[in-house]
Every structure is written in structure tokens, then in C-alpha cells.
Write a protein that binds this ligand. Sequence first.
Ligand SMILES: [Zn+2]
Ligand SMILES: [Zn+2]
Length: 248
Amino acid sequence: MDDLSRTATVLLPSVVVIGERRASKPMLLVPQIPRNDCLFCRVYAADDQELPWYDRPLIRQGEVGVAVCAVGAFVPGYVLISPAQHESSVQALATEAAPGFLTFVDHVVEAVERMYGPSTLFEHGSCRAEERRRSACITHSHLHVVPGAYSFNLLGLPVRSLGTLADLVNVPSTERADGYLMYREPGGLVQYAPDAGISQYFRRHIARMLGRPEDWDYAVFPQWENVRATLDSFRRSPAVTMPLTEPA
Ligand SMILES: [Zn+2]
Ligand SMILES: [Zn+2]
């Protein structure tokens, strides 16, 4: 059995023949065949022991999603939350998958905030069509949760205030941009803007606000000490993770 079929078997235990995926697609909560080159599909499908320590989920929930440490963590407690479905953005999630995932997001944010205080949530939206083939662009939807507040208003984005994350999913397709930026600062509403077309856009801003403007690129500055601190604090807080973690 090759890697792809192993992954597919793990992900789609109750689902029909892989070769017929096109025909059965509307039925699936996990609608696309995961790719081995996709970080989040690999994290979702693998056993923890098969993953490098920094990719091991902090919190996993069934066919809903995972939370992992963010490599390139500016501060301890910085995590990424990703849905099980390989979709390009939270907004692109299937209507039947979105509510469960958003509830999962709420739980993870609560866990982070309990340990690290009020946090900023953001999404670099989907890559625009012309960027999808670039390896630098992670095509599997993920939300960033970063403890702290970083004055995103200083970015001067042409934001539209959406209210809640559910409103993000409910934006009618006719009003959606090809790519978008989304953020929610502590105590604030969800803000939505067209994609600025700059890789790791919010990360560049946070790095500037922290006075370390050169540290924005997670691939160059993984900041392992903060990644390790996040992992350790989740491991030390079983009350936070256990109710959400399903038995292996
Ligand atoms: Zn994926
Ligand atoms: Zn991102």
C-alpha cells in the first residue's frame, strides 16, 4: 500500500472507493484526496509518533480539525488551527463542515487564552489563483492564534466588519474576493479585506510591532524556543486538551 492510499484509508474510513471520488465528492466531509505534500493533511492523517515533535497536534478533534504549534512563533502560545478538509480557506469550507470547525476554533482559542491571555486570530485567506502553484503558499486552510494584540488597524486595510466567524462563512459567493485577509483582535469583531498579495502579510506586521521586523518568515526564523514552550504548556494542561482529544 503506498502512502497516498494509506492516508486515504485513514481519512476516509466510511467512504467509498477512492477511484470514484469525483462522483462521490458531494457526499464527503473530507472532499479531496489529501496530498502527501500538504502539511495539514499529513498532520491530520498521521499518528503523532510519525510526525516531527513540532507538528504533533496539541488538540485533535475527529473529522473536524487539529491545532498545532506555529513554527515561527513570535511568542509562546502561537498556534495554527486547521480543518480536516483540504480546502483553500475557512470561507471555502463546505456548509456542513463549517459549524463544527468554528466550534473547534472557539475551544482552541479559549484554551490558548486561558494560558496566555487575550489573543489575535487571523487568516491569510486562500492563495489567489495565480499563487496556488507556488510552494511558499500553504494551500490548506488554517487560522493563526497569536497571544497579544498588534494594532492591525495600523495596516490601513479596506476592511469590512463581519462580526463573527460564522459571518465569514456566510458571505455570499457573489461578494467573495478570489483571495482575502481576515482578522479578529482581542474583544473585536471579525474584519475582512481583499488579499494584499503579500506572503505572510500579518506576520510581517506582527514582527514589525514587536520590533523584530526581520523575523517575519517562519521558514528562516522558526523560533523553536517558543514552539517548544507552547507544546510544553499544552502538555502540562491535560484539562485543556483532554476533553477535545479523541482516543487514538
Ligand atoms: Zn491539505
Ligand atoms: Zn497562514
